[in-house]
Design a binder for this molecule. Structure first.
Ligand SMILES: [Zn+2]
Length: 388
C-alpha cells in the first residue's frame, strides 16, 4: 500500500513538526453541532516563527476536504517535508527559495475531513462527505442550497444550513482570523487549476481575477504542459457548484487569490471504482503526482506574492508581456460588455497572433522607410531644398 492511513499520516506530520520547532508548529481546532464533533489539525510554517508579523504574506492551503481523495493529504505531507528541508525539489534553488519563504506564513490543513476519511478507510471508498453525510464543499454560504438538475443527495448534500458542519465552521474561523492573501482548496478527480466562481460559469471582474488567471496559466504551462483544465470552476467542470469554500473565501472573506486545484484523476476508471478515479494506483504515478504538484506549489509561493504586488523583486518584471497586457485589455472589455462567456477565451489566441503579425509588419515598414530615407540622403547630399 503506497498510501498512509489517516492515523499514520497525522503521526508523520506531528513527528515532522517536532523535528523542526523553529519552522513548524501544529494546533488542533475543534467544533461541535448537535452531538457531531470534528477536529481539524492546522500546521503553521514560518521560518524563525515570526508569524505574528502582519507584514508577512499569508497562505492557507487545505487538503482532504473530500474523504475519498487520499492523494491530496499525501501532497500536504510532501509540501511540509520540503518546507522543513527534509526533502528537496530537483530544480529548486534553495537559496532564492529561502529568501521567498522568509516573507511567508503558510498554514496547511492536511486533512480537513478526518471523519469522512475514516469512513473511506473502513471500506466505503466512494465516500466524499463528512462523518454524517454532508458534502463540506457545499456547506458554505455563497449561493448555499441551490440545487442543479443533476443534484445527487448522496454526493452533494449541503447540510441543514450554511455552516451547519463543524468542519466548515472551523475552516471559516481559520480563514477569517488568519486573513490569507492566497487560498488553495486541494482536491482530486481530474487535473485542473480552477479559480472562482463555482456557482456561476464565469470568472469574477477586476484586477485580482486577471492576476489569478495569469497565475493558473503560468502554472499550467510551467508544470503540466498545458494539460490542466483552467478557468472558473463552474464554467469548466461541466456543472455549477453552490455553497463551495473557494467562492466564500473569494467573495466574502475577500481573499484576493483563491483557487481550487484538482491534482489527479483517472477518467477511464469504472464509475464504481472510486479509489482508482481519485487516486493513483501505482508507485510511479503516485510519485509523479507529488513531484509535479509540489513543484507547482513552490512556484505559487514564489510568484503569488509578486503578482499581488506584495513582494518586491527584480523577477516581477518578467510578468509584463504583450500577452499579459492583452489579457488585461480583453478582460476589461469583457467586463464592460457584461455578458461573459468562457467561449470568449477561444478568441484570445487568434487575437494575440494577429497583434504580433501587425506589430511585425509595422516594424518592417518602418525599417524600409528609414533605409529609403537614408539612401536618398546619401545619394543626393547637395540636393536643393524644396519648399514644402
Ligand atoms: Zn473533491
Amino acid at each position: 500500500m503506497i498510501f498512509f492511513n489517516s492515523a499514520d499520516l497525522m503521526e508523520e506530520i506531528e513527528a515532522l513538526v517536532h523535528r523542526h520547532p523553529n519552522k513548524l508548529s501544529i494546533e488542533t481546532m475543534e467544533s461541535e453541532n448537535k452531538g457531531y464533533e470534528a477536529q481539524v489539525a492546522v500546521v503553521t510554517y514560518c521560518r524563525d516563527r515570526k508569524e505574528d508579523d502582519k507584514s508577512m504574506f499569508r497562505i492557507l492551503l487545505t487538503f482532504g476536504q473530500h474523504g475519498r481523495e487520499l492523494i491530496t493529504s499525501e501532497l500536504a505531507l510532501r509540501i511540509l517535508s520540503i518546507l522543513s528541508e527534509e526533502e528537496f525539489l530537483p530544480k529548486l534553488d534553495r537559496k532564492s527559495m529561502n529568501s521567498t519563504l522568509d516573507k511567508l506564513v503558510i498554514k496547511v490543513v492536511p486533512m480537513e475531513n478526518l471523519n469522512g476519511r475514516k469512513r473511506v478507510e473502513a471500506g466505503d471508498l466512494c465516500e466524499r462527505r463528512n462523518g454524517r453525510g454532508v458534502d463540506l464543499n457545499r456547506n458554505w454560504s455563497v449561493d448555499w442550497g441551490k440545487k442543479e438538475k443533476d443534484y445527487d443527495p448522496y454526493e452533494k448534500n449541503p447540510g441543514t444550513a450554511p455552516f451547519s458542519e463543524p468542519e466548515s465552521q472551523i475552516m471559516r474561523k481559520l480563514a477569517l482570523s488568519f486573513e490569507p492573501h492566497l487560498w488553495v482548496n486541494v482536491h482530486s478527480g481530474m487535473q485542473a487549476l480552477f479559480m472562482p466562481y463555482d456557482h456561476r460559469n464565469t470568472t469574477p471582474d477586476g484586477s485580482s481575477s486577471v492576476k489569478m488567471k495569469k497565475m493558473v496559466n503560468d502554472l499550467n504551462y510551467r508544470h503540466f504542459q498545458g494539460h490542466c483544465m483552467t478557468g472558473s470552476g463552474g464554467g469548466s467542470v461541466g456543472y455549477l457548484a453552490h455553497g463551495t469554500a473557494t467562492d466564500y473565501i473569494y467573495d466574502v472573506a475577500k481573499v484576493p487569490m483563491a483557487f481550487t486545484f484538482e491534482i489527479y484523476g483517472d477518467e477511464s476508471a469504472p464509475a464504481k471504482d472510486c479509489f482508482r478515479m481519485f487516486n493513483p494506483t501505482n508507485l510511479t504515478t503516485f510519485k509523479a503526482v507529488l513531484n509535479d504538484w509540489s513543484a507547482a506549489f513552490f512556484t505559487l509561493f514564489k510568484f503569488g506574492p509578486q503578482l499581488l504586488g506584495l513582494a518586491n523583486s527584480e523577477e516581477s518584471a518578467k510578468w509584463v508581456s504583450i500577452d499579459d497586457y492583452l489579457d488585461g485589455y480583453l478582460m476589461s472589455r469583457r467586463n464592460r460588455y457584461g455578458k461573459e462567456m468562457e467561449v470568449f477565451e477561444l478568441g484570445l489566441q487568434e487575437i494575440r497572433s494577429y497583434f504580433r503579425l501587425f506589430m511585425l509588419s509595422c516594424i518592417i515598414l518602418m525599417f524600409m522607410f528609414c533605409t529609403r530615407i537614408s539612401k536618398s540622403k546619401l545619394q543626393r547630399p547637395n540636393a536643393p531644398v524644396l519648399p514644402t
